[in-house]
Design a binder for this molecule. Structure first.
Ligand code: ADP
Ligand code: MG
Length: 387
């Protein structure tokens, strides 16, 4: 058969939306980068080892920040004629000492056999390499809770005491622990004594405005210019801000872009975003809709119709359209106060999003939908209402 590529063109560089891509900049993580630098600059200035614990929820930029930091630090050290290298290990994929040590050794000995060496022997090989090359090694243990829970804290202990054990020059290995859980609680006394408690760097969930900057930046890198507009960026950030999760935002942007391309469009629309969201994490299930009363269904139907081609509508437009609909269906409509009460409750249940902003013209409340495409919601509601 003849294959046909989608005619829409939105994604310029798919690689730049992937999870392992490390962008040059990480907006809103400057403080964490600077804190890391304050801790680690002594590594080459005074030749001492340092350790850090990067702590925060999923999608808060821990992995990306650690990688970016190590890349930039390596360059900074090279300018000062110091050798720094780093090894990145995902402990969910490699969750015991041997697997992790093997990954570290393969960094400088590509053909190293993956069996036949004890932990002690492998530690010795790492030690020799460091001594012979005068390298300072950063070891990033990402998702470190997986290692500590399955294999205990011993490897963290061994690595963080590396300097004390032998004649290697001081300042040979630094460790980055990364985890959503507080791994310091999982370490035992001996590991903790070398792994200072104070070196925790916190990654808070991103808020909506931060996500909006991050997504605009990632869109700039990965998409053709003009493929996404401000309202749609705002809708994406609003959805991702429920979890403060940049990963969710980027994943949604990618899926929405692919959907638009498949439909031959060069612009991401609100319905692409909602379809992507419903696909990743369906929330607006049929049973949820059946649980709504008649008033709620009519308000929601009005919203679905107003939002068919838009990311946001205003409460004023929504209320007007709601009255039109009630007339069409010959239903009693709610007065203004009651209408607001129901709208608030729909938004409290996470079915609709409302957002109030103040401007020169006073306060306006915008309404949006994030969990289901408006077209699909409209169809489901009509079925229920018309029975
Ligand atoms: N500040 C930021 N600027 C740009 N992209 C970011 C930022 N923070 C996170 N990301 C991106 O979001 C995704 C998730 O980040 P990641 O570092 O994997 O989070 P974590 O390790 O905390 O779960 C990655 O694709 C990453 O590149
Ligand atoms: Mg991570």
């Amino acid at each position: 058969m003849k294959f046909q590529s989608p005619s829409g063109k939105i994604i310029k560089s798919p690689k730049k939306l992937s999870f392992d891509f490390v962008p040059d900049k990480l907006p809103h993580r400057e403080e964490q980068q600077q804190n890391l630098f304050m801790l680690f600059r002594r590594v080459i200035e005074s030749g001492v080892s340092q350790n850090a614990f990067l702590h925060g929820n999923v999608g808060t930029g821990k992995t990306a920040s650690a990688k970016r930091f190590c890349m930039d630090y390596k360059e900074w050290a090279a300018e000062k004629e110091k050798r720094v290298d780093y090894v990145f290990v995902n402990c969910r994929k490699r969750s015991n000492k041997s697997l992790i040590l093997w990954k570290i050794i393969s960094k400088f000995d590509r053909g190293f056999p993956d069996r036949g060496f004890s932990v002690g022997e492998m530690m010795e090989i790492v030690r020799r390499h460091i001594k012979n090359t005068g390298t300072h090694l950063f070891i990033i243990l990402d998702e470190a809770d997986a290692l500590i829970q399955r294999d205990g804290p011993e490897l963290v202990f061994l690595l963080s005491r590396f300097d004390d054990e032998t004649m290697v020059p001081k300042g040979s290995i630094s460790i980055f622990l990364i985890s959503q859980k507080n791994v310091l609680e999982l370490l035992d006394e001996s590991a903790l004594s070398t792994f200072k408690r104070s070196n925790r760097i916190l990654f808070k969930p991103y808020d909506k405005d931060q996500l909006s900057d991050i997504l605009a930046y990632r869109a700039d890198l990965a998409l053709y210019p003009g493929s996404i507009e401000e309202d749609e960026l705002n809708l994406l950030s609003l959805i991702a801000s429920e979890r403060g999760d940049a990963r969710l935002g980027i994943e949604l942007m990618e899926k929405a872009a692919l959907l638009a391309e498949e439909n031959g469009r060069n612009l991401i629309g609100p319905e692409d975003i909602r379809t992507a969201k419903a696909d990743i994490d369906p929330y607006m299930t049929a049973s949820r809709l059946r649980g709504l009363n008649d008033n709620e269904r009519m308000i929601l139907l009005a919203a679905a119709q107003k939002l068919r081609n838009k990311s946001f509508t205003t409460t004023g437009d929504l209320e007007t359209h709601y009255h039109v609909l009630c007339e069409n269906y010959e239903k009693n409509s709610l007065g203004h106060t009651q209408f607001w009460k129901y709208l608030k409750s729909l938004s409290g249940d996470g079915i609709l999003e409302t957002e109030t902003t103040s401007s020169g013209k006073g306060r306006t409340t915008k309404v949006s939908l994030s969990d289901i495409p408006a077209g699909l919601l409209e169809k489901k509601l009509m079925e229920l209402i018309e029975g």
